[in-house]
Design a binder for this molecule. Structure first.
Ligand code: ATP
Ligand code: LTN
Length: 334
């Protein structure tokens, strides 16, 4: 009897090596990735081409890129089962981005809220790369015929644009790209700043107390959580009127795997101090093993460089298949 082996669906996602990875990046993206790696064929990229849309110090960028590869592995992503690599090692990203840029309207890019936010923060360097950033992101995704893209809620608009570009290309020049679907985790899709819980926790935040870095020492994590902004209500509710408390409950549930209802029942009658102590304990327990593994991996530069080179070649091989097809469709001699 013949057995049909179902082909695994493909995942692609990425994080910029542009600062200290936060617990928002972890719960919003990385942790979901580790939970999806058995079910999907997964490609995880360190998007260094995206990172230079904001000025970076070259030596720091190089270190951060290697560190992020190590962090991907330390959080539990298997570098043999999955493809883990830096974006700049696979030139097809930039090549496809140029072609897709010719299938993207300025009107669409003008509507991107991340561009508006980032240009407000970088007034002296509103460069064309920052503007066309979403086209490069579309190229990342479409290059691998990706089915599913696990991201935080802030990337929803970019993913919708990637779908529109793919559909436009397919309609104009016949079916070429798989249309990707977003995947958002149940909790943790939007972890907020500890100091301003109405804005998202961001690794480029200038205030270190606003973010929990994945590599913060346990006592630093605990102190930052203790200092998190709450409110004067004094009762632990999960509501938009109490964004600080809501964020702490999200952090608690991301760490324990509890539902919000379970957490609310657990904290009933307790005060904010107790909530913060529990969040700190859960966070330290979650991050400590990752930190230990990260520090171990960072000592083995050869291992990391081998992973980077082997995986970049694997990614390049897959990317070239799509790029060749695209070049043929647009009328280049291939
Ligand atoms: P930057 O501040 O440099 O723009 P960032 O912290 O927003 O960085 P990215 O590299 O842009 O991080 O995002 C990597 C992944 O982490 C994306 O999938 C993004 O949606 C997710 N992510 C970022 N911040 C959060 C957050 N606060 N909560 C949940 N997910 C997040
Ligand atoms: N734009 C994303 C990072 C990113 C990405 C991607 C995510 C670049 N390319 C492709 C998913 C798929 C961000 O800023 N978080």
């Amino acid at each position: 009897m013949s057995e049909t082996v179902e082909k695994k669906k493909r995942i692609f996602s990425g994080i910029q090596p542009s600062g200290n990875i936060t617990i928002g990046n972890y719960y919003g993206a990385l942790k979901n990735w580790t939970q999806m790696q058995d079910e999907y064929e997964s490609i995880y990229c360190v998007v260094d081409l995206h990172a230079i849309t904001v000025r970076q110090e070259p030596a720091k960028l190089r270190n951060k890129t290697r560190e992020l590869v190590a962090l991907y592995i330390a959080t539990g992503l298997d570098p043999v089962k999955n493809i883990i690599y830096p974006q700049s090692h696979v030139r097809q990203h930039a090549e496809l981005a140029w072609i897709l840029g010719c299938f993207t309207y300025m009107g669409e890019l003008n509507r991107m809220t991340q561009f508006k936010d980032k240009s407000a923060k970088n007034e002296s360097n509103i460069n064309a790369g920052l503007y066309t950033y979403p086209v490069l992101m579309a190229a990342d995704i479409l290059l691998f015929q990706t089915d599913v893209v696990p991201i935080g809620a802030d990337q929803k608009q970019h993913l919708e644009l990637a779908r529109d570009i793919a559909q436009r290309f397919n309609h104009t020049l016949s079916d070429t790209f798989t249309i990707p679907e977003p995947y958002f985790g149940k909790v943790g899709a939007r972890i907020m700043s500890l100091q301003d819980p109405t804005s998202k926790m961001s690794k480029s935040d200038a205030n270190p107390n606003a973010t929990l870095s994945l590599l913060d020492e346990p006592n630093i994590l605990t102190n930052k959580i203790k200092r998190a902004v709450t409110d004067s209500v004094g009762v632990i509710n999960y509501t938009n009127e109490q964004p600080g408390v809501k964020n702490l409950l999200d952090l608690y549930c991301c760490g324990t795997g509890d539902s919000i209802e379970e957490a609310l029942a657990f904290f009933e009658g307790k005060n904010y101090g107790q909530l913060k102590a529990s969040v700190a304990e859960v966070t330290v327990n979650e991050l400590k093993p990752i930190q230990d593994e990260f520090h171990r991996l960072m000592k083995d530069k050869k291992y990391l460089d081998d992973i980077i080179h082997t995986n970049s070649e694997r990614a390049s091989f897959l990317a070239e298949k799509t790029l060749r097809k695209v070049k043929k469709k647009v009328g280049f001699i291939v």
